[in-house]
Ligand binder design. Sequence first.
Ligand code: TYM
Length: 339
Amino acid sequence: KTRILTGITTSGTPHLGNYVGAVRPAVAASKAPDVESFYFLADLHALIKVQDPARVQRSTLEIAATWLACGLDPGQVWFYRQSDVPEITELTWMLTCVAGKGILNRAHAYKAAVDRNRADGEDDDAGINAGLFMYPVLMSADILLFNADKVPVGRDQVQHIEMARDFGQRFNHLYGEPAGKQYFRLPEAAIEENVATLPGLDGRKMSKSYDNTIPLFAPRATLRKLIASIVTDSRAPGEPKDADDSNVFQLYQAFASADETAAMRREFEQGIGWGDAKQRLFERIDSEVAPLRERYETLMAEPQKIERLLRDGAQRLREAHAQPLLRELRAAVGLRDLS
Ligand code: TYM
């Protein structure tokens, strides 16, 4: 069976970028025959940026309810919270000791933080915690522990998956070759081509860190208002517009069929007004999201149900996958067998 795995960091409210980049393709992929799926809430990753415990907990609940509202079937899919599986943290250390520090120096998120410090005339590493530096190793452990073949993500995560391949390969080479074994499968990113990076309200990548997101389950009126605030150029109705250069068009494309997208492209050429284009975008998104929003609200009203599902999922997953592999890995590197 092909194994599919992906996670979302529990650092805020899920937005349209998370939905089209990860949740929607992952839920669809989980329904195919001959796949085994692993979908989780990356709460350990959240600690890198969020030092507000209430926010981490709230976000964990919101993201869990999002997965379920979008059609994840917990009877068919492994569904869990990262911190409920301590084997992930243990594997993180083993991988830390094979990971090249130079590779981590080149990770986008870390480099961007260093670049900001340089621009501000600060020391390179001022205010940067070691968690940010180690982020790709923790993510590699998430992926390698369950021997994922495919990882559905937005384009921003591709570098991290390449790093997971690198660390997995080094481990296989160091410890597997002498034993004639391959401990880890090497994962591949799976990217939805028409939504590789969804733009936010200001045209930059939609991201919690830029404060430019459209929450997936914003109430209808808020969704309409946010869409109306998307930045456009100042071309008047009747003037032809460049679809490829438009956030409104890119968002539309992520929610529309190929035919609808082609029709919208023609309307852009014919000079559709921004107000009309945004209204069409709102209707397209709302018609897809409205039924999910209703389920989401029902789920959020019963947090204890979600909590039970997550704990149960993690417990079964540890027994079926995490503990047996960790036992092998401990032996491989020369640590004592705990069982
Ligand atoms: P996170 O929480 O930033 O984002 C979750 C998923 O949403 C995708 N995404 C987007 N896709 C398209 N357009 C956007 N504007 C956009 N913004 C976010 C992300 O690419 C991601 O797929 N490190 C990961 C979480 C993680 C993980 C993993 C993912 C931890 N361990 C193991 C896969 C496998 C992260 O912070 O994603």
